[in-house]
Design a protein around this ligand. Structure first.
Ligand code: AGP
Length: 616
């Protein structure tokens, strides 16, 4: 979603800000803007649309100045427009604010501020912050004066805010200074030889520094060209810990691929290997970061997996494994529903929160709720130190590394591998599987890395199937058992990046309604890999074929029978059913991408979507 970047130092600020904003584009946005201190005045430039358009306008203004803040906005309050784009300014125009998050009491604050003579010029919740700072600093229409400087004014103003925020603020009254603070939104601060940096995502500052401070809720930082000071919520000086970022800058480059999605799909064998590294020690499963003994794990008698979108689909697959291997009743719920329900939670309930970004607002709220109710929470996330990691009792990192394309691919595979490990660990702790069986599955899991490499090495059948589907207006994805869950992920991938309507059904449900959709050439994409339900899936395909469907089957190598029932067959290596989601989801990712490319869609940044959904 929205992105923040700020810089104060010895270089021109505008190019630094625009470069940072370009790095944040992957998060999804609809408008962008920067504010730069030029002489003794703040110059604000905002645009609806892409950062490249903003850069063009900034070039036109030839902005000079070495301190500034920038923002990419994903609209929540007020439509995407220049007036609603950040930075927002105070009445006097000498304070500029960029904000991620949602100010829940903004309507009351607007009324109050208007009554006290402030003029608000946008429809956003953010603008109230600029005016509250103005008041706290004593230059407001009402003339109140409490704060001695910008940092204090921001601290006082933020006490009025209900909701979530990551803020960067600069002012012509304290040139060269940026104040940043946060609640429930990430803020990263870093120091380099040429100055001080702030961003909402480490990727925007990585070119300058790898040693950063992740601000905690309520903390503030005061950035100047000379250095950075940190304060707690009472204004007392603190010395927070620095974190070293080890992942490489090349994650932010396409590395010769036409888009990030394809690059990330090709990284999946590496993700599988890295996620498995060190998990089988002397023949035993070990996940130390979960911080729970085998005895404690043995007491778990109910599991909830909570997640959203693709991560939710990983949860559906985990349910099959946990129930079948560890014999623990498992429910999978979308976090946005779970948080408002009254689920049965006891001290022996385990909640597994799955989130690539580790920032998803609904998942975070569900974690907090589950912990209050007494559950033990395990997070499965891709982002070190993310809110999900910090707020869970234990965490498994998926080792996918930064994912840039909005559509989750390598993270999904990392989640599947991590959840398989968790299911095996629970089975081991509960004594429900023999150790040699666990070791065998672990070895087969490791083999999927090479199997995925084989799938990636020849994509011709996928391309051909994509060409057959490209002009469709809708598609059905079907499967049974594990295949039903994979079908859901396949449908989500297709609709989010190609804008082609797609639905997923358990294949046995087709005759209860969706079969009515099928007419000549209607694409039905079937997960028809070898499993106990293979014959049943084939029967369902025959029903669809009889009504004119164009069948694309994901099938197991060596299955010659399937060609009789399908128009296009995409073969994948033979694996046990439990591991089939890992291999079968790869051709579905490639299929969705190929169709999207053929339909001329922006594969990496699909319309209306954000990489991290940090609002409810
Ligand atoms: C994935 O392709 C989607 N863009 C989306 O469904 C995503 O999985 C969902 O928003 C959850 O995100 P998270 O894993 O970061 O919590």
């Amino acid at each position: 979603m929205c992105g923040i970047v700020g810089y104060t130092g010895t270089n021109e600020a505008a190019p630094v800000l625009l470069d940072g904003l370009a790095k944040l584009e992957y998060r999804g946005y609809d408008s962008a803007g920067i504010a730069v201190m030029e002489g003794d005045a703040l110059q604000v430039v905002r645009r609806r649309g892409k950062v490249a358009e903003l850069a063009h306008t900034v070039g036109h203004f030839a902005l000079t100045g070495t301190c500034g803040i920038g923002h990419t906005r994903w609209a929540t309050h007020g439509r995407p427009s220049e007036a609603n784009a950040h930075p927002h300014s105070s009445c006097a125009g000498d304070i500029a604010v960029v904000h991620n998050g949602i100010i829940e009491n903004f309507a009351d604050l607007r009324d109050e501020l208007a009554q006290r003579g402030h003029t608000l010029r946008s429809e956003t919740d953010t603008e109230v912050i600029a005016h509250l700072i103005e008041e706290a600093w004593g230059a407001s229409p009402s003339g109140s004066s409490e704060a001695s400087g910008l940092a204090e004014a921001v601290r006082i103003a933020s006490m009025r805010l209900v909701g979530s925020y990551g803020l960067a603020v600069t002012s012509a009254r304290e040139p060269g200074v940026i104040i940043t603070t946060r609640r429930d939104m990430p803020i990263i601060v870093g120091r380099a030889a040429d100055g001080s940096y702030v961003a909402s995502d480490a990727i925007a500052v990585l070119r300058a520094t790898r040693d950063v401070v992740y601000l905690e809720d309520g903390q503030l930082a005061r950035l100047s060209p000379e250095g950075i000071e940190y304060f707690d919520g009472h204004g007392k000086t603190i010395a927070p810990q620095t974190t070293h970022i080890s992942w490489d800058m090349d994650v932010a480059e396409k590395g010769g691929y036409p888009d990030f999605m394809l690059k990330e799909i090709h990284e999946q064998p590496r993700v599988i290997r890295d996620t498995l590294a060190g998990r089988l020690v002397s023949g035993h499963m070990e996940i130390d970061e979960l911080d729970m003994t085998s005895e404690e794990l043995n007491l778990i008698d109910r599991v909830y997996v909570i997640a959203c979108g693709t991560s939710y689909h990983a949860g559906l697959i985990a349910k099959e494994m946990i129930e079948s291997w560890a014999r623990i009743p498992t429910e999978v719920e979308v976090a946005s529903e779970f948080r408002y329900r009254n689920p049965i939670i006891t001290p022996t309930t385990l909640v597994v929160a799955v989130s690539q970004s580790g920032e998803t607002a609904d998942t975070l709220a569900a974690i907090r709720d589950a912990r209050i109710k007494g559950a033990r929470v395990f997070g499965i996330t891709n982002v070190l130190g993310s809110p999900v990691a910090r707020e869970s009792d234990g965490v498994i990192y998926t080792k996918a590394n930064k994912e840039i394309a909005v559509a989750s691919t390598k993270s999904f595979l990392g989640q599947l591998v991590s959840l398989t490990l968790l299911a095996l660990l629970l089975a081991q702790s509960k004594g429900k599987m023999r150790m040699n069986q666990i070791r065998l599955i672990f070895r087969e899991l490791a083999d999927t890395a090479e199997q995925v490499e084989r799938i990636l090495s020849d994509q011709s059948a996928i391309e051909e199937a994509a060409r057959a589907c490209v002009n469709a207006t809708s598609a059905l994805f079907v499967g049974r058992g594990m295949g039903a869950a994979i079908a859901r992920e396949g449908a989500l991938k297709l609709k989010e990046i190609s804008y082609l309507h797609a639905e997923a059904y358990a294949a046995g449900e087709m005759k209860h309604g969706p079969i009515a959709l099928i007419d000549e050439g209607f694409p039905v994409i079937a997960i028809a890999t070898q499993s106990a339900v293979y014959e049943k899936v084939v029967s369902n395909l025959q029903e669809a074929k009889a009504r004119g469907a164009l069948i694309v089957a994901i099938a197991t190598e060596g299955d010659e029978e399937i060609v009789k029932h399908a128009d296009h067959v995409i073969y994948i290596p033979k694996v046990r059913d439990a591991l089939s989601p890992i291999t079968a989801s790869v051709p579905l990712q490639l299929l969705a991408r190929s169709i999207a490319v053929m339909r001329d869609c922006d594969v990496d940044q699909p319309r209306n979507l954000a990489k991290s959904v940090t609002v409810e």
